[in-house]
Design a protein around this ligand. Sequence first.
Ligand SMILES: OC[C@H]1O[C@](O)(CO)[C@@H](O)[C@@H]1O
Length: 316
Amino acid sequence: MNVVVGLGELLWDLLPEGARLGGAPANFTVMAARLGHRGVVASRLGAQETDMDDWGSRARTVLSGFPVDASLIQSDTDHPTGTVDVEFRNGEPHYVIHEPVAWDFLAWTPEWQQLAQQADAVCFGSLAQRSQASRKTIHRFLAATRPECVRVFDVNLRAPYFSAEIVTESLERATIFKLNESEVPQVLAMLGGTAPVSNAGTDIDETALHAAADWLLERFPLKLVAITLGGEGSLLVSREGAHRRQGIRGPVADTVGAGDAFTAAMVDAYLRGAGLARMNEAGNRWGGWVASQHGAMPALSAETYTEIQNNIAEVE
Ligand SMILES: OC[C@H]1O[C@](O)(CO)[C@@H](O)[C@@H]1O
């Protein structure tokens, strides 16, 4: 069991069918905890007496139903719990992320410093860095981790909350960079990259994606670049080699949180010393499972858990 931290936003996704707890780092943490780790949610919730909906305590109640450690979540008496309006267009989620909210004020505390020193892996994104306060805390957290800690930057580009500066500063601090296919050209353009990646057409230009990953590996102290391709699988590129996993066809309920589950399962395999093929398998199997369910933290039965882990174990 490792200490795996999700650092950043914890919020309520207000979906057409109702409110669901989310936030990419929190989704990641729930999946990491389900895979057997001490998953610690490092975020901040509102604790205002005027909060009629009581989003903060409802979030704590929901988290108590998962095997995660929610004891280090901060309380904010001045700012509300984060909420996001989620709308679907052609099956793709679109987000309106309200601000300022509690997770824009992540505070550096002795408790978080201790957590950073204990962490075996930490996942952080770009969204929570939209405010100076949280960006500073995230940087301090990363700086306080041990050298062997796996620092995962899951970029999560949500317009307009990113910049070249945020992405560059994050990549300089990351061990693993996870992004999706549509984020590749955006990130490269932002960083002045030259690899000819385009989103035009439906064919995936694997050579270009590979070139983009190599470009990133050359410029930043990363060990691994993980590119997810939606239903088409994923590409992992390290300094030693690369692995392409084709997508697993299956039913899709909604894709919210599928990428976060991919990241958690890939990190779990990485922490266990697995090779690229096994990491890719784990990411696709668990990401695919979350996509087949509603919401980013769906209920998981013991049977499903065993079935998916057995499928992953078949890969070297
Ligand atoms: O990855 C999906 C998750 O990412 C967010 O858009 C931002 O953290 C959340 O609203 C959602 O739960």
